[in-house]
Design a protein around this ligand. Structure first.
Ligand code: URA
Length: 258
């Protein structure tokens, strides 16, 4: 033996390796198994075999799931539960509360805002922050009140998105698309005579268009009913000079109601 080992010494070394758990004879030249194509690579002695590839789950159509869930809701309580159970919108994970609605479902007017802000997320009701307080004053000016139960004074308020987007960012088109079946069902269940689309996101959802400063004040159709695009009260807080046009839009709504 050119290694200088005699037969007894080599046997002792081999036995010692077997004792340590070696199960394979070592070749003269080392094999770099990482260099081998995957199909030929074998796990190192004692190592676990690579797991078999997991078959991919079929892609989920989040809009279709929303449509089925919304259609299955026979009343507002069931709709809220269906939305709470809906798990395909990432916004849900960052939100504290599902913001479903406020006001009375007997209302002739349904206001659809954009998405909850910080106050709404905390309290679980739409339009309760500064913009909401301005909205209440605007509605009061034409005899509407979200706390009223009587059909003539009542107003029902919801949003396109029931969960607050992080840092109040604009919702993505996919997020709007997946919540749209719920909004449509919401409108069908409340069955108002008129819908107010409050702000750009609401127009994007209901009319497929943005550009509220052009759209506002012109009656259109959304969710199968007459719809009035209006500037958002948060915009009016920043741009008080736009209140004059908002007042004209409120009067247009009042005229339709009477
Ligand atoms: N803005 C909205 O559009 N909705 C709310 O609920 C609050 C602020």
């Amino acid at each position: 033996m050119d290694s200088g080992m005699d037969w007894y010494y080599a046997k002792a070394v081999l036995e010692w390796q077997v004792e340590l758990g070696a199960t394979e004879a070592i070749l003269d030249a080392p094999i770099d198994r990482f260099e081998l194509p995957k199909s030929q690579a074998r796990p190192a002695p004692g190592a676990a075999a690579a797991p078999a590839p997991v078959p991919r789950a079929p892609e989920i159509d989040a809009v279709e799931v929303a449509r089925a869930a919304a259609q299955g809701a026979g009343n507002l309580t069931e709709l809220e539960a269906a939305m709470a159970a809906y798990d395909h919108c990432e916004l849900k994970r960052g939100a504290r509360n599902l913001v479903f609605s406020d006001g009375h479902a007997s209302a002739r007017v349904m206001i659809i805002g954009e998405a909850p802000g910080r106050d709404e997320d905390r309290i679980g009701k739409p339009f309760v922050g500064r913009a909401g307080q301005l909205l209440d004053r605007m509605l009061a000016a034409i005899g509407l009140d979200r706390t009223a139960e009587a059909r003539e004074q009542a107003v029902y308020i919801t949003n396109v998105l029931p969960w607050r987007p992080p840092q109040n960012r604009d919702p993505e088109a996919t997020e709007i698309a997946m919540m749209l079946p719920f909004v449509q069902r919401h409108v069908d269940l409340v069955n108002p005579d008129f819908v107010v689309l409050m702000g750009n996101i609401s127009c994007q959802a209901g009319l497929g268009q943005r550009g509220i400063l052009k759209l506002r004040g012109t009656w259109a159709e959304a969710y199968g009913r007459p719809a009035l695009p209006m500037t958002h009260p948060a915009y009016l807080l920043r741009q008080p000079q736009a209140k004059r046009e908002a007042w004209a839009d409120l009067l247009s709504l009042k005229a339709r109601l009477s």
